[in-house]
Design a protein around this ligand. Structure first.
Ligand code: SF4
Ligand code: FES
Length: 305
C-alpha cells in the first residue's frame, strides 16, 4: 500500500475527532462513539488510542505490543482501509478540511470487543499449511549435527515471504476470505509457498497434495487487495500464483526442486575488517571484545549493576 511517508513531517489538525465502532459482547451492542483528541506532529493512530484510554475512556479495548510495525498485533481498519495503527500517522488520514478518522475492527475477523478481534481461525489456517521446515530423515531431524547449504538465488525465491508479520491485514482486505470459510487466505497460502520454495524443505509432496485436495489456491480470484494493503510489502497474491504453478506442474509430474543436502558446518570465520580507527574508546569497555565476538559488557556486571 502506498504509505504517505511525508505525513510524519506534517502537522495534523490541532484537534481530531476519532470515531470508533465499538462492540460490547455482554450487552450484544454495537455503536459508534467519538472522541476529541488533541494531536501533535508525528502522532499515530495508536498514540491517539492510548491517549483516549489514558485520559478519556479506560473501557476502550484494542490490541498492540511493539509500537513499531514488528509484532503485527495492532491491525484495524482506518477510514475503510486495513492498516497497522502504530504505522498510520494522524496527519495521513485527517486533513484540516476534514479533521476526522473512523476506526473499525479488522474486517473478516470475529470481534471480541471494540477493536479487538479473534485470530484463532486465522492461526488455525496458518498451522494447516505446516509453516515449518520438514526433513524426511528422522536421525537428521532428531540429532541435527550438520547445516544446509543454500545458494543466494534459492534464498531469493522465498525471502520476501519471511518478512510477513502475521498481522492479518491481507485477510481483512480479501473478498474471497470474506465469503468462503474454506479458503485458507492470502497469509496462510503465502506461507505455504514460503516453505515450498525453501530448498531446505523436503515436505513439498505433502504440502502440494494437501493444498491440491482442498483446492484452496484455486479459490483466489486474484483481486490482489492482499498485496495492496500489506504493510511489509509482501506480495501474497504473487505467492498464490506461484503456488498454483507448482500445483499444476506437480499434477503433471513436472515439479522439480533442488533440495539442500546437509553439509559440515562452516569453519568459524575470523573478522576480516578491523574496527574503524576513529571508533572512540568508551571508558571501561573493551572494544576488542567485538573482534572476539564476545559480549561488550559481561553478564555478571550487568547483574551487579
Ligand atoms: S502477508 Fe502482509 S498483510 Fe498478510 S499477514 Fe503477512 S505482513 Fe500482514
Ligand atoms: S504494535 Fe506491533 S505492529 Fe503495531
Amino acid at each position: 500500500m502506498p504509505v504517505d511517508l511525508k505525513a510524519v513531517t506534517r502537522r495534523p489538525p490541532e484537534t481530531v475527532k476519532i470515531w470508533v465502532r465499538r462492540f460490547h459482547p455482554e450487552k450484544g451492542a454495537t455503536w459508534w462513539q467519538s472522541y476529541e483528541v488533541k494531536t501533535h506532529r508525528g502522532m499515530t493512530v495508536l498514540d491517539a488510542l492510548l491517549k483516549i484510554k489514558a485520559e478519556t475512556d479506560h473501557t476502550l479495548v484494542f490490541r498492540y505490543s511493539c509500537r513499531m510495525g514488528v509484532c503485527g498485533s495492532c491491525g484495524l481498519v482506518v477510514n475503510g482501509e486495513p492498516r497497522l495503527s502504530c504505522q498510520t500517522q494522524i496527519a495521513e488520514k485527517a486533513t484540516q478540511e476534514k479533521p476526522e478518522i473512523r476506526l473499525e475492527p479488522l474486517y473478516n475477523f470475529p470481534v471480541l470487543r471494540d477493536l479487538l478481534t479473534d485470530f484463532s481461525e486465522f492461526f488455525e489456517k496458518h498451522r494447516k499449511v505446516r509453516p515449518y521446515l520438514i526433513r524426511l530423515d528422522k536421525e537428521e531431524r532428531e540429532n541435527p549435527k550438520l547445516e544446509y547449504e543454500q545458494r543466494p538465488e534459492e534464498l531469493e525465491e522465498y525471502y520476501e515471504y519471511t518478512l510477513c508479520i502475521s498481522c492479518g491485514l491481507c485477510a481483512a482486505a480479501c473478498p474471497v476470505y470474506a465469503s468462503n470459510p474454506k479458503f485458507l487466505g492470502p497469509h496462510a497460502l503465502a506461507q505455504a509457498y514460503r516453505y515450498l520454495a525453501d530448498s531446505r524443505d523436503e515436505g513439498w509432496r505433502l504440502r502440494l497434495e494437501e493444498l491440491d485436495e482442498d483446492g484452496s489456491a484455486y479459490r483466489c480470484h486474484f483481486a490482489a487487495s492482499c498485496s495492496y494493503v500489506c504493510p511489509k510489502v509482501v506480495d501474497p497474491a504473487g505467492a498464490i500464483q506461484r503456488l498454483r504453478r507448482a500445483l499444476l506442474t506437480y499434477k503433471f509430474r513436472l515439479f522439480r526442486k533442488r533440495t539442500a543436502k546437509p553439509v559440515e558446518p562452516m569453519k568459524e570465520a575470523k573478522p576480516t575488517v578491523p574496527l574503524p580507527p576513529e571508533a572512540e574508546p568508551i571508558e571501561g569497555v573493551d572494544l576488542s571484545a567485538l573482534e572476539r565476538e564476545e559480549a561488550l559488557i559481561p553478564k555478571q556486571k550487568l547483574l551487579e549493576d
